[in-house]
Design a protein around this ligand. Sequence first.
Ligand code: NAD
Length: 361
Amino acid sequence: MKICDIKKVDGIAPEVFEYMNLKKHEKVIFCSDEESKLNAIIAIHNTNLGPALGGTRMWNYNNISEATKDVLRLSRGMTYKAAITGLDLGGGKAVIIGESNNKTDNMMRSFGKFVESQKGQYITAEDVGMTTHDMEIIFEQTNHVVGKPKKLGGSGDPSVVTAYGVLMGMKGSAYFKWGSDKLQGKKILIQGIGNVGRNLIELLIKEGADIYVNDVNANKMTTIQKKYNVKAIHDNIYNSNIDIYAPCALGGTLNEHTIPQLKCAIVAGAANNQLAKEYIHDDLLIKHNILYAPDFLINAGGLINVYSELKGFSESQVKEKTEKIFDTTIAILKKSEKEKISSQKAALKIAKERVFKTQSA
Ligand code: NAD
């Protein structure tokens, strides 16, 4: 297994270094293991508030530069997610380059050794393309993993709590926009019916919402329609007649092409980095009179859940902490209105104050 610091890697695009310096990343580490076919990157953005915690994403990136940019963006988001949620954690993230169907337990063991090499400065968890079973295998090699199965003393699948937090953020946004947090009869589109999306459907059914779903995987759409009373949207989802759009797939879906098409009043979902350009598309949403619930604020339920593994929270304390997302969402939206800045900027301002005690990065 070869592990090296980015500072020793030749041929990485200079823009990666520029981004690291601009956004103040502490460290990026690369790992390549021929035997298990593991190619992975860990990015540690900031450890001012505690060890850097963030999930591992397995994705079929086109090249190393694309994977590096993703891990840098995602790790920074984790710093602010922990900060705004009031957790004593830093921000980090890992990516594994490859098709998740080709994953092996051997590869996960190798990844566990890679995590262990950081001696607890980085703690890993589950993200897209990873499962609770993978966490179990990684745990064979390192203690610095959370989101383990309950049978191993872990907190289990975090997506259940993530979905609950998204619901809280959605209800807080509805309260701010419409003066009521009731979602009954509201047309809500969930894009991505994976772990979080499926749990969100169940919660929104209890709220009496009118649910629409979309997923690139046609089989998932068919299965979900058989199980729940939801409507499927197959074609262009962005110009659908809906009240709330909940991105629960991948990031970057809020951009100059999609925002002008949106007819919804609120965007509130689980996906990380929903704004393709965070300081441009946040203002574009305002221009189109669309309320945006910052993703890193409302998708923090999973982080709260895995944090409980480190701090020994009970299930009821996790629920209580996750429910606070409702109040924080309203507070951020009020700040945004008062200071005439986007909700994204208002949320980042508060998070950065906690991390840096300044306004930079
Ligand atoms: P998942 O992999 O279980 O589900 C993602 C779903 O999105 C899949 O069904 C996939 O087919 C679908 N999808 C992918 N690209 C799509 C596209 N272009 N259009 C429509 N559907 C598409 O992932 P998840 O755990 O449900 O997480 C969803 C999002 O929420 C991710 O961005 C993740 O980073 C974020 N998130 C998840 C958690 C968590 O606890 N799982 C916590 C915080 C944030």
